[in-house]
Structure formats: C-alpha cells, structure tokens
Design a protein around this ligand. Structure first.
Ligand code: UDP
Ligand code: MG
Length: 139
C-alpha cells in the first residue's frame, strides 16, 4: 500500500449510536478519499489478531469483547500525509484528552469505547488494510 493511505474502523459504539454518516462526513470534509469500505463484524479471532500488540495489556479482554459485539465500518483512506493527518482528525485515545472538534471528542464515550480507529504508522496502515481488504476491493 502506498504511504499516502491509512486504515480506519468506525467501532461498534459509533455504529450502534447511528454516527456512521456524521463521522464519514467529517472524514470526507477533511480531504480523505475512500479507497475501500465495508460494514462488517469482527470475530473473536479477528479482534485478537488485529490487536495482538495489546495482548498483555489489562484491557485486552474488554477490548476484544467491545470490538466484536456488533458491526463496524472498515475503510482505507487516501490523502497526502494520511496516517498523521487522520490521527490528528480523530484526536487522543482518551476522549477526555482529545482536542475540540476531533472525532473522538465529538463521538467517543470513554478511553475504551472511543468510536474510531486510526493506524499509527504507514507500515501498520498497510498491514491493517490488508487484514480487512483484498486488492480487488480497493479503488
Ligand atoms: N484501550 C482501552 N484502554 C486503554 C487504552 C486503550 O480500552 O487504557 C482501547 C481503545 O479502544 C483503543 C485501543 O484499545 O483505541 C487501542 O489502544 P491504543 O493505545 O493503540 O490507542 P489508539 O491507537 O486507538 O489511539
Ligand atoms: Mg493504536
């Protein structure tokens, strides 16, 4: 994947609350092009694999339960400086620390249920995008 791409998930809390449209509007208004997108639900194995880097953390079990409890929107986004600019758009992991106007400030309930995922590096964007999409699903 080119380095001008990032990967995102609108997490189960955001989907449950009906925030898909509002969040996609913010993403679009910030200049990201949608390269791939789908509504899907992660299995326990999917979530354990996707978040394997956190498996020793105390919140891992809760994180897997949360991420598998309902559908998510998975998407690959394209923009110059995509990874960094998308992390800025979503705000800090804990919505209490997130800047005004960020997606997490607007839509996240807590550090656990924080509405949206954004890749933290170009390398992880490529790995995470490929986890959810095959080449022929990317436009
Ligand atoms: N998380 C949590 N408790 C914490 C830290 C993180 O439940 O103390 C969850 C939260 O959903 C977060 C995800 O685990 O988005 C991954 O954590 P990370 O530190 O990678 O945050 P992110 O990159 O999503 O900002
Ligand atoms: Mg992270």
């Amino acid at each position: 994947m080119a380095t001008n791409r990032t990967f995102t998930m609108l997490k189960p809390d955001a989907v449950e609350k009906g925030h898909i449209g509002a969040i996609l509007e913010k993403i679009s208004a910030a200049g990201f092009r949608i390269v791939a997108m789908k509504l899907t639900q992660m299995t326990q194995n999917d979530a354990e694999t996707f978040y394997a880097i956190h498996k020793e953390r105390p919140f891992f079990g809760e994180l897997v339960t949360y991420m598998t409890r309902g559908p998510i929107v998975a998407a690959i986004l394209e923009k110059e400086n995509a990874v960094e600019d998308f992390r800025t758009l979503i705000g800090a992991t804990n919505p209490a620390d997130a800047a005004e106007g960020t997606i997490r400030k607007l839509y996240a309930a807590s550090i656990g249920e924080n509405a949206v995922h954004g890749s933290d590096s170009d390398q992880n964007a490529a790995i995470e995008g490929a986890f959810h999409f095959s080449g022929r699903e990317m436009f």
